[in-house]
Ligand binder design. Structure first.
Ligand SMILES: [Mn+2]
Length: 475
């Protein structure tokens, strides 16, 4: 290798968020994370990703944990490492667009509870859906000196997604006041030599640091990172080996070793990484044994390249078909997905557009007639409520599904009234901390169930301390 200035590649560790989301349905509990934080804090990671939509949802729904409490505990433990979260633009961590006051408040509370870097994405790459979250982060940063707004572009393939498209977006992101850019390849579609082209073009278009996020699903991710790093990418996302590969990220230790002795050397201590891996390995074995970790998600799934469908979307589709006793329609639905995607303006497939396109494709096949039944979300998409797509939507489908209805061309959130007060009113009997209203805003039913559970737990605890003789029960 020719003499070259040192440029250590920075690493975001995903084991506390995307890795377990991708492999074990986001079921890693906080108590499993806490004992290893001290060691993780010594590695020298650029950041640790630890929070996002699925971690929030699964905490409340399945683990019966308060996600805010998890965040505060992680913040306490990580003394010097930055904490990172994933944020769905105007949809926050939920599945519908929210009014700006909720977006602002969520950003504020995320940072004040411990988040440093907010990775903000939109399923249509409509930057109008990201602006408010970026502004809110910048406002907080000005006031408190903490907070980093990273705008993530959802990576996808298609006629519209040319190098000019991506570099044009990079320039706009710079103008909108973001601190960095992420290329978020949720399905593992970015192949190594395309990464060279993409990163080279992006680096010449913007001065902002560029981070690459991909998944091992299609088997190329390690090579893609290598080419991206050589082309000048600044940060890559990796996962500790027990929760790496398959539908997760390339292994941290492997990427660290790959760049050892090169200008990109991370300087990380492999012995320390080995201790961290040793900690997570028994949990991985336990997950394999209890079925939480299915060996099927650990190999290479080349279908993801053929059909350009993220792994999670495929497994959703399989279970929808199973429920309808229509598993034999699998390949019909796979063929229908790109057609629906085209009808809806060729969006990237990522939450929530992936669910919208996938579910509609299932309906189209099962009903025997395309768009005979359209979901509420498909209608919302056609009306423009999710934002503008890179290509126009099918007029024929618009006429069939929402005949005569007015379509939105402005930023949808501009049509929404502030909603925090109303939400506060609906949930005030459960409120124990300011953040509870945000949990409720995102997942009203799941959060209410959690609040009830929390109260029952507290009352049970209180019962043991009750002053039985005087009949006094702390409430
Ligand atoms: Mn991901």
């Amino acid at each position: 290798m020719p003499e070259q200035a040192k440029k250590p590649i920075k690493i975001t560790e995903t084991v506390l968020r995307d890795a377990h989301q991708s492999l074990i349905a986001t079921r890693m509990p906080t108590e499993l994370m806490l004992p290893i934080i001290d060691k993780m804090d010594k590695v020298g990671y650029h950041s640790v990703e630890c929070w996002g939509g699925a971690t929030f949802d699964a905490s409340l729904r399945f683990l019966k944990e308060d996600p805010w409490d998890r965040l505060r505990k992680l913040r306490d433990g990580f003394k010097k490492t930055k904490l990172q979260m994933l944020f769905r633009g105007q949809n926050i961590l939920g599945y519908r667009p929210y009014a700006d006051d909720v977006v602002d408040y969520f950003v504020q509370k995320s940072i004040s509870n411990g988040i440093d870097i907010i990775r903000i994405f939109d399923c249509l790459n409509d930057l109008r859906n990201l602006q408010e979250a970026v502004n809110a982060t910048n406002r907080f940063k000005q006031k408190e000196g903490r907070g980093h707004a990273q705008v993530a572009l959802s990576y996808t393939l298609g006629d519209a997604y040319t190098l000019e498209y991506w570099t044009g977006m990079a320039k706009k992101i710079e103008e909108m006041g973001a601190d960095s850019i992420c290329i978020k390849d949720m399905a593992g579609l970015l192949v190594p030599y395309k990464a060279t082209e993409l990163i080279t073009a992006m680096k010449s278009a913007t001065k902002l640091p560029i981070q690459l996020h991909t998944h091992y699903t299609s088997g190329v991710a390690g090579m893609t990172y290598l080419k991206a790093v050589e082309a000048g990418v600044d940060v890559i996302d990796t996962a500790m080996s027990p929760f790496a590969m398959g539908t997760s990220q390339p292994a941290t230790e492997v990427m660290v070793e790959t760049f050892k002795g090169t200008p990109y050397d991370t300087g990380f201590d492999q012995n320390l990484l080995a201790e961290i891996a040793d900690y997570f390995r028994p949990y991985r074995d336990e997950c394999l044994k209890n079925g939480l970790l299915n060996p099927r998600v650990m190999g290479v799934d080349i279908k993801t390249l053929l059909y350009q469908v993220p792994g999670g979307m495929l497994s959703n589709m399989v279970s929808q078909l199973k429920e309808q006793n229509a598993e034999d329609k699998y390949y019909d639905v796979l063929k229908e997905i790109p057609r629906v995607r085209k009808d809806l303006g060729e969006p990237p497939l990522v939450t929530p557009s992936s669910q919208i396109v996938g579910t509609q494709a299932v309906f189209n096949v099962l009903m025997g007639e395309r768009y005979k039944v359209a979901t509420k979300e498909t209608k919302g998409m056609l009306r423009g409520e999710y934002g503008q797509t890179v290509k126009p939507m099918s007029q024929e489908v618009i006429d069939k599904v929402i005949p005569g209805e007015e379509r939105i061309t402005c930023r949808y959130a501009d049509t929404l009234e502030n909603e925090l007060d109303k939400l506060e009113g609906e949930m005030k009997e459960w409120k124990q901390q300011d953040e509870d209203v945000l949990s409720y805003a995102l997942f009203p039913q799941v959060a209410t169930d959690f609040f009830k559970y929390r109260q029952a737990q507290q009352e049970k605890v209180d019962m043991s301390q009750a002053d039985v003789k005087n009949g006094a029960y702390p409430v």
